[in-house]
Structures are given as C-alpha cells and as structure tokens.
Design a protein around this ligand. Sequence first.
Ligand code: MN
Length: 198
Amino acid sequence: MYKTYPFTLEKLPYDFDALEPVIDAKTMEIHHDRHQQTYLDNLNKVLADKSDLHDKTLEELMLSDIDTVRNNAGGVWNHDFFWKAMIGVNVSHIGDDLAAELRKSFGTVEEFMIKFEALALGRFGSGYAWLVKDGEGKLEVLSTPNQDSPLREGKSPLLGIDVWEHAYYLKYLNKRVDYVKAWWSVVNWGRVEELWKA
Ligand code: MN
C-alpha cells in the first residue's frame, strides 16, 4: 500500500461527515487535512537529505531510531490506520468468531472494552490505545505514547484509538472519557476481524 519517499497523503475512506454525530465533520477535516498532512509534509522534509532512507517503506521508517523520522512516519501510518478503524455509526458489530476470541483473551467482550478504555483514558498526554495480536496470534491491549506503534514491539495493531486532544477537543472539549465511550459505535469490526484473521 505504501511506496517510498516522497510520500503522498491518502484520502479519507469516507466523507468528513460520515462519523457524525460521534466525530464531527470539522474535526475530521482538520485532523486529516491539517494534522495528518503536517506529519506527511514533515516526513518528506526530514527525508529530503537522507537518501539512504529513500528506498524505505513507511512501515520501515516508523521503526526508525531517528526521532523525527519515527514520529512523522508514525503520524502518517497511525492516522491511516485510525481512519480505517472507523465506519458509520452503528453499522458494524462484533462477529461471532472475533467475540469468541475476545472472550478467550479477556474473559468477556465487556472486559476487553473496559481494559481498552482504561488504557485510552490512562494514556498521559498524547498517544493511542490498541488491540493487538502478538507474534503467536494472542490478543492483548496496550497503549503507546505520541506516534509510536505496537509494531516496534513486534505486535500487529487490530484496532486503535487516537487520544490526542486534536482527535476530540472541538466536540468533547476536555472530556476524553465521553469521546472514548462514544467511539465504540463507529468501530469498524469487520476490519478488526479481517486483520485478526490475516
Ligand atoms: Mn491524530
């Protein structure tokens, strides 16, 4: 899906207002057209004089030990992942197979959601909460700071929520908890299941 330098911004997989009223159109527009665009522009800028990195994919760059490369590559990748993790309000539901796997890993689906929410709310400052699959296919929840990725720990993201303030502040102000709880109704569970089975 990703080529190499110079990178270009992918379109949102839906209209800005597709997630209303859970995520308002203005937030989606600013989040994609300004925040993600800025990561992309900065990534290209940082890479301009690093010709040894011009054959690297975004996934390779986001594992870099160079902070500016890792942060900006992560900012592009994580947002693309986040857009695809969402779909219109209440149009997607957890399938039987995935529900069974969540019960196996967390006891109940509700317990999974409680643990995921706790990580999303407990992430100090900016970052993401994730449902991931480890190298052996086992599910777990974790959170990462800034634009870091579970891929750095060899874990594949299945679902992720952006808890940077820019993701919710226009509508939810300082109430991250209201955003996180409302967010469940726009999760694209079909995509989660697809990634889990991949
Ligand atoms: Mn964001």
